[in-house]
Design a protein around this ligand. Structure first.
Ligand SMILES: [Zn+2]
Length: 114
């Protein structure tokens, strides 16, 4: 399952952040997850529950914020929320658009206690 690898890599990124910040036990990890990231939040939570057992993350909570999809039109520079994954600009009709958010899983914040 691909969420397992993803959570593993998230945890190793968090471990590096915490390490660089002087260590401590992680209380909360907040991530943003977009609809195009191709991950199931439920599966991410399951993977996290398994992976945190034998690590510095035993006390940590994983908070997943589902982020809306946003795109920007390259012709008129307006942003919009694509409906049913149709990337056509509602302002000028152009299909020359780029995804601004919603296509990745990103660490938003990490809370470290004592
Ligand atoms: Zn446009």
């Amino acid at each position: 399952m691909h969420e397992f690898a993803l959570v593993r890599s998230l945890l190793s990124q968090v471990a590096q952040i915490v390490e660089a910040d002087g260590g401590g036990s992680v209380q909360e990890i907040r991530v943003r997850c977009g609809p195009l990231a191709g991950v199931e939040p439920t599966l991410m939570r399951e993977a996290f529950a398994l992976l945190r057992r034998d690590s510095a993350f035993v006390e940590a909570e994983l908070v997943i914020r589902e982020e809306p999809l946003r795109a920007r039109c390259r012709r008129c520079d307006q942003t919009f929320e694509p409906q049913r994954f149709r990337f056509r600009c509602p302002h000028c009709g152009s299909v020359d658009t780029i995804t601004e958010s919603g296509d990745a899983v990103m660490i938003e914040s990490v809370v470290v206690g004592g």
